[in-house]
Design a protein. Structure first.
Length: 276
């Protein structure tokens, strides 16, 4: 299915690896020009090289998405004003005129809430709530003026089913979820702009490796035992992949998803047991 977004410009945060990279890859495969961002310059350049190669493959394949997409990499801390300015001023980019924005801050550290001081909470809220809001503020009015915009916030299944060792993430991302619930239903909804949250469950990424290690230490078990136990509890019987996640993200960014806004889309292999 042609998603109708070839030639659009997307900003994808946290795109050097994992779920962010999976989203960038899916968008490039749809012919979308991307500005990818992460803090680690070396990892980001490697990701950009891979995406450029993917774009060349799309061009050689021709057809409806035959044009080669542009891939620009900006190594910066998106949680800072300087980092956001770097993204919006990259040479060859669209400035603030992005059609698609995928926010994706690294998850706060796991642990026991008794050990988190005020600074830890402020850092978590700044990265996982306030930074996405700043990116929305910077781009949403331009999207509305052009009549098309897609914003996808990568949050966490812990927003819907909190996990004790992810307390910083639970709190900060729940704040973003509440904000999006309101702004997505404002006047921008009638001007072609959608804002949705994509809630990953257990995907086989570096982030999952960190949480598994923490859980194994807390339970006094091996990492392999915890991985096997977790996967057995998922109805799908396995962890998800970054490419699967990226495909969902790309659909939320599509022309066809224009009637879908203010939603929290859970991708967890069926792990959440509730109806709603």
């Amino acid at each position: 299915m042609d998603l109708g977004i070839a030639g659009k410009w997307a900003l994808v945060c946290g795109a050097s690896k994992g779920l962010g990279y999976g989203c960038a890859l899916a968008l490039v495969r749809e012919g979308v020009n991307v500005v990818i961002n992460a803090r680690n310059a070396q990892a980001l350049e490697q990701a950009a090289t891979q995406l450029v190669a993917e774009g060349a493959m799309q061009e050689s394949a021709g057809g409806q998405k035959g044009s080669k997409p542009t891939v620009l990499a900006v190594a910066a801390d998106i949680t800072t004003a300087e980092g956001r300015a770097a993204v919006f001023s990259v040479t060859g980019g669209p400035g603030r005129d992005f059609d698609i924005v995928v926010t994706n801050a690294g998850g706060p550290p796991t642990g026991d809430f008794r050990d988190w001081d005020r600074d830890a909470w402020i850092k978590a809220v700044d990265a996982n709530m306030l930074t996405p809001i700043e990116l929305i503020k910077a781009t949403v009015d331009g999207m509305a003026a052009r009549g098309f915009g897609r914003i996808v916030n990568i949050t966490s299944s812990a927003v819907k089913a909190p996990i004790d060792i992810l307390g910083l993430s639970n709190g900060a991302r729940s704040g973003l979820t509440g904000f999006v619930a309101g702004v997505s239903r404002s006047k921008i909804a009638a001007r072609g702009v959608t804002i949705n949250n994509l809630l990953p469950g257990k995907f086989d990424t570096d982030r999952l490796a960190a949480t598994v290690t923490a859980a194994a230490g807390k339970a006094g078990k091996s990492v392999d035992d915890v991985r096997a136990q977790q996967q057995a509890q998922i109805p799908a019987g396995r962890y998800g992949t970054a490419q699967e996640f990226g495909a969902i993200c790309a659909f939320l960014c599509s022309q066809q998803a224009g009637y879908m806004t203010g939603q929290n889309v859970l991708a967890d292999g069926g792990a959440y047991p509730g109806t709603f």
